[in-house]
Design a protein around this ligand. Structure first.
Ligand SMILES: CC(C)(COP(=O)(O)OP(=O)(O)OC[C@H]1O[C@@H](n2cnc3c(N)ncnc32)[C@H](O)[C@@H]1O)[C@@H](O)C(=O)NCCC(=O)NCCS
Ligand SMILES: Nc1ncnc2c1ncn2[C@@H]1O[C@H](COP(=O)(O)OP(=O)(O)OP(=O)(O)O)[C@@H](O)[C@H]1O
Length: 199
């Protein structure tokens, strides 16, 4: 029996940081952000839809999608963000479930689905347990601006495009408080895996 865990949080709350820690326990992680990059490569159905909708100005010289350009458009316009979601999400879900099923068939004890929009997209039926990586908003804002070089306005546009992380925490089976050090988060995760008898 494989336990499927949904790992989520909000932008820059530390999902990738925590998801890397699962490696230490040999637990496979399927990353929706990574899949969302694969499914918009030239030749994919979503690529054609995106170029048709947003125009060639979102393309780089090598014809791949300029993610900074597309991000600036969709995080400033809720309807456009929803439009992009409708083009990208079906293919991401299909690939994610394929990969999850491979892990289940191989007899993994646990598989983690790292899905930023797990609650917003109502995907909790894909998983047995949910874990939210939580940070206070001012920590999130600072880490986001520092990591990606966004202005405060750009960072807030991205934060406000998602459900507040405090609301996600209230919905979760478990919360990892990532306000402190990465080591402190690792210890919380280890204790959680022990309490769920995964390790
Ligand atoms: C808008 C895009 C081009 C920006 O690309 P960029 O490389 O700058 O960001 P990246 O994809 O690494 O996402 C970073 C974070 O932004 C947040 N985010 C991404 N897309 C969305 C979205 N549509 N709505 C809300 N938050 C989002 C997530 O927290 C994600 O972890 C890209 O995020 C995208 O194609 N988004 C649509 C697909 C999607 O929803 N991906 C997220 C989960 S599948
Ligand atoms: N406990 C921590 N202490 C200090 N910095 C941290 C901590 N956790 C994460 N960070 C840093 O904060 C930034 C955001 O973390 P991370 O990339 O893991 O977030 P994310 O939730 O995966 O983001 P996204 O939603 O954009 O994919 C990164 O620069 C990361 O190194």
């Amino acid at each position: 029996m494989t336990l499927t865990v949904g790992l989520t949080g909000s932008i820059a709350s530390g999902k990738s940081t925590v998801s890397l820690m699962f490696d230490d326990f040999g637990i496979p992680v399927i990353d929706a952000d990574k899949l969302s990059r694969d499914v918009v490569m030239p030749g994919e159905k979503a690529y054609d839809q995106i170029v048709e909708t947003f125009g060639e100005r979102i393309l780089r010289k090598d014809q791949t999608i300029n993610r900074d350009e597309l991000g600036a458009i969709v995080f400033a316009d809720e309807e456009k963000r929803q439009q992009l979601n409708r083009m990208v999400h079906p293919a991401v879900r299909e690939k994610m479930l394929e990969k999850r099923d491979v892990e289940i068939a191989s007899g993994a004890t646990c598989v983690v689905l790292d899905i930023p929009l797990l609650f917003e997209s109502k995907l909790t039926h894909y998983v047995d347990k949910t874990v939210v990586v939580y940070v206070d908003e001012h920590v999130q804002l600072n880490r986001l601006m520092e990591r990606d070089g966004y202005s405060e306005k750009e960072a807030y546009q991205r934060i406000h495009s998602q459900m507040p992380v405090s609301e996600k925490a209230a919905l979760a089976d478990a919360v990892i408080d990532n306000n402190k050090t990465k080591q402190a988060s690792f210890e919380q995760m280890e204790a959680l895996l022990q309490s769920w008898e995964i390790i």
